[in-house]
Design a protein around this ligand. Structure first.
Ligand SMILES: Cc1cc2nc3c(=O)[nH]c(=O)nc-3n(C[C@H](O)[C@H](O)[C@H](O)COP(=O)(O)OP(=O)(O)OC[C@H]3O[C@@H](n4cnc5c(N)ncnc54)[C@H](O)[C@@H]3O)c2cc1C
Length: 492
């Protein structure tokens, strides 16, 4: 029997997972849930849009929850509808179709919007982007880019962060000439140092993407539709498709207008409650926790779990403490993982930081460990990410490192140190699926419960349902478990 009206604003990665987490805890349906999403249809896996664009995932395979799913679970879903105002006094939200929804508890999961760079000619007089220009965030954007790419002769991608790289690689994979333009001197400058960026640039070029680092764009050439860009040095690039991947900004307009505490994101406490309204929560990219916003799914899903537990009051009291995040690139032909303080250097001679590097640029390999006080503070694995499970686990635990740090990067067969990387030797606490926080022990437990292949493991644990880059590691564990079942016993 419904006794509490719960309204969720935003049906993206955080909003959808939050509803699933609530349903799992609210067996006697005390909460009447309404979800309002301004995108059409049900929820989909936004992370997989890069793979859809690259042609390695189909649109129908990225659905998280279709409209029927909400109906079947007694959740009211308003799609293609935006919340335009929060009336905290009356305890209701107002929708763009004139309707109003009362709430007892309100959850904001409004995500982020793409940043539009301040470039002359980028916006038309009506404030919209000219034909041929797309800021990439949604399925509609992805579809628009894919359609434009069919007839385009040259694409320019602006911004060489993770999204820019994945987009440029995806378009180049279709045979479209692509130039990746970046104002700063490095690719993925938040995750990579200069050496890693150089190695990655070489790899990306070998995959058919032109790279122009250190090239700011000062104007967009438009003649009915986009025709190209003008660089800061006066040079020009022709383009009939321009994709903007210039970062994101939390969507906080509603919260700010309602008088909620907002810094960069909606300020929340350890229970994800607004710091100045205990009836309102914020999760995902729109939330700011302990001075930090984030742009990845793992913290969004962890916040969804914590908020669901707090709101349903089920189980142990929980707090969100922040999460270590690993950035991985989903681009065919590029293996890349970066975590922690990966750009730190030892060149100031202070001795505070120890850096272990291995580089083989002809093979596109660059690996780096940053060590502080004998513990791992950051890492880059480019071109060979086989050590990522062990490295992440050492980082998570703050464990003391072996004296010979380099053995952590050596995953060659015939190397005695390599044994640490095999599924058998990987500790049970090693995180295998970063998006969902699934450990090796979790995968083994699913196996012991009867899951016998990667899809069954995924259905049981949710592993691989985010970015999907853990598939290879899970296949490795499944192969090991299969062999061990046939032979000796398995222990996580
Ligand atoms: C192409 C692409 C690839 C990515 N790859 C990765 C990756 O590999 N790994 C990773 O960790 N992260 C990745 N990300 C980032 C990841 O998608 C986000 O971190 C995640 O989606 C955040 O979830 P969220 O729910 O906070 O925001 P979103 O998923 O953006 O959901 C917010 C939803 O709220 C809706 N909304 C906003 N305001 C209103 C309103 N007023 N009324 C109604 N609805 C509203 C929005 O339209 C949207 O549907 C990727 C992002 C993109 C675009």
């Amino acid at each position: 029997m419904t006794s509490c009206r719960l309204v969720v604003v935003g049906n993206g990665m955080a909003g959808c997972r939050f509803v699933q987490e609530v349903l799992a805890r609210d067996a006697d349906r005390r909460l009447g849930i309404t979800v309002v999403g301004d995108e059409p249809g049900g929820a989909y896996n936004r992370l997989q849009l890069s793979n859809v664009l690259a042609g390695v995932a189909r649109v129908d395979s990225i659905e998280l929850a279709g409209e029927q799913w909400y109906a079947a679970h007694g959740v009211t879903l308003c799609t293609g509808t935006a919340v335009v105002r929060i009336d905290r006094q009356a305890g209701r939200v107002e929708l763009d179709d004139g309707a109003a929804l009362p709430y007892d508890v309100l959850v904001l999961a409004t995500g982020s919007s793409p940043v539009l760079p301040p470039v002359a000619g980028l916006l038309r007089d009506d404030g919209r982007l000219p034909p041929g220009v797309v800021a990439f965030r949604t399925l509609a954007d992805c579809t628009a880019i894919a359609q434009l790419a069919v007839t385009a002769e040259h694409a320019v991608v602006l911004g060489a962060g993770v999204l820019g790289l994945e987009t440029a690689r995806g378009l180049a994979g279709h045979g479209l000439p692509v130039t990746l333009v970046q104002r700063g001197s490095r690719l993925m400058e938040r995750q990579l140092d200069a050496d890693a960026s150089r190695v990655l640039t070489r790899t990306v070029r070998s995959l058919g993407v032109q790279v122009r680092p250190g090239a700011g764009v000062r104007a967009v050439r438009v003649d009915g539709r986009v025709r190209g860009v003008v660089l800061d040095d006066g040079g020009t690039l022709d383009a009939d498709l321009l994709v903007l991947c210039c970062g994101v900004r939390p969507r906080v307009e509603l919260a700010r207008a309602a008088g909620l505490a907002v810094a960069v994101g909606v300020v929340v406490d350890d229970q994800l409650r607004s710091s100045n309204d205990p009836r309102i929560f914020a999760i995902g990219e729109c939330a700011e926790h302990r001075g930090r916003t984030h742009g990845l799914v793992a913290p969004s899903w962890e916040q969804a779990r914590v908020a669901a537990q707090v709101i349903t009051g089920s189980g142990e009291p929980v707090s969100y403490r922040g999460l270590v995040t690993v950035t991985r690139l989903k681009a065919a032909g590029i293996e890349l993982a970066s975590l922690g303080d990966a750009t730190a250097d030892d060149e100031d001679g202070s001795g505070d930081v120890e850096v272990i590097r291995f580089s083989d640029s002809s093979r596109g390999v660059y690996q780096k460990l940053v060590v502080r006080d004998g513990r791992l503070a950051g890492a880059i694995l480019l071109g060979d990410t086989r050590a990522v499970g062990t490295i992440t686990q050492l980082f998570d635990r703050g464990a003391a490192l072996p004296e010979d740090r380099s053995c952590l990067l050596m995953v060659r067969r015939n190397n005695p140190a390599a044994v640490v990387q095999s599924p058998a030797m990987l500790p049970g606490r090693a995180t295998i699926c970063q998006c969902n926080g699934i450990t090796k022990a979790g995968v083994c437990a699913a196996w012991q419960d009867g899951a016998r292949d990667v899809d069954q493991i995924s259905a049981r644990t949710r592993a691989m349902t985010g970015c999907g880059t853990c598939r290879g590691a899970i296949e490795g564990i499944v192969a090991w478990l299969t062999g061990a079942d046939a032979g000796s016993s398995v222990s996580a």
